[in-house]
Design a protein around this ligand. Structure first.
Ligand code: G3P
Ligand code: CA
Length: 269
């Protein structure tokens, strides 16, 4: 090669579609996940809750969010409703005012986790599955061990251990999952205050990934994490200038509400 210098290829930034593609389709619906798959997202991010009859369903909120779904009068907590009752909710018609670009999809219901995992045949993407559990509460609607058992069983049923990361703010759920499914990768969600990502990983069953709120993903913190063999996956970034700041900080992936726009942004680089 003589004196010819070869430019080092920049590491690929993986794209996680937050709640599928919340900027474009009603969040956490099949339509949002199919949008993200077609856009080419590397991961589908989704949130889990458990119904009264023990079914994992995909919802960010543990109870009805009247800005997201329309429901009959009555009980609104998912863990106090059966799957059949939760399925009566209309989660495709209301337009989230936060996202002018979101298109309603009439007929969309809360999907089961099983239905979303069945989309795996549509491509080579992976899943970033959040076990929604409040780390500050001692009385939970579903105990961490039970939650972990349901999640591990669903992933095992679809043989998706290699295509799933499980994340949570509630490290109790991650510790339980690690005990019963040690091969599933774990991601420690973290909101703050600023703290070593290596410490956070240790507290979360030695999570392979740390997922900090985006402003905590500073270059030095990312370098220290990488030196310890960890990955850093911040959330939730929707603006090109923030994407560029995170990329410059060295993050491994970005969680965004608009995966198609982030993919286009990365391709233009
Ligand atoms: O994936 C990270 C992000 O989803 C955590 O926040 O509230 O959108 O679930 P939230
Ligand atoms: Ca989430």
């Amino acid at each position: 090669l003589g004196t010819l210098m070869l430019a080092e290829a920049a590491p690929k930034i993986l794209v996680h579609g937050h709640r599928g593609a919340r900027a474009m389709r009603p969040e956490n619906t099949i339509a949002a996940f199919e949008y993200a798959i077609k856009a080419g997202a590397d991961f589908l991010e989704l949130d889990l809750a458990v119904t009264k009859d023990g079914v994992l369903v995909v919802s960010h909120d543990p109870q009805l969010n009247p800005k997201i779904c329309k429901a009959p009068e009555g009980e609104t907590a998912i863990h106090k409703l059966t799957l059949a009752q939760v399925r009566q909710w209309d989660c495709g018609t209301l337009k989230n005012p936060e996202f002018a670009t979101q298109q309603p999809v009439p007929g969309e219901k809360i999907p089961t986790f099983d239905e979303v995992l069945a989309l795996s045949s549509q491509g080579k993407f992976s899943y970033n599955v959040e076990m929604k559990s409040d780390p500050k509460k001692t009385e939970l609607s579903v105990e961490p061990a039970e939650f972990a058992k349901l999640v591990a069983a669903a992933i095992h049923k679809h043989k998706l251990e290699n295509r799933v990361v499980v994340q949570s703010f509630d490290f109790r759920t991650l510790v339980e999952l690690r005990k019963i499914a040690p091969k599933i990768r774990i991601s420690a969600l973290y909101f703050g205050p600023a703290k070593s990502f290596v410490e956070i990983s240790k507290e979360a069953a030695n999570a392979e990934i740390v997922a900090p709120y985006l402003s905590l993903a500073k270059p030095e913190a990312v370098r220290e994490a990488h030196a310890a063999g960890l990955q850093v996956v911040p959330w939730t970034a929707n603006k090109p200038e923030i994407w560029d700041t995170l990329i410059a900080a060295g993050v491994d992936a970005i969680i965004t509400d608009d995966p198609a726009a982030l993919i286009e942004h990365l391709q233009a680089k």
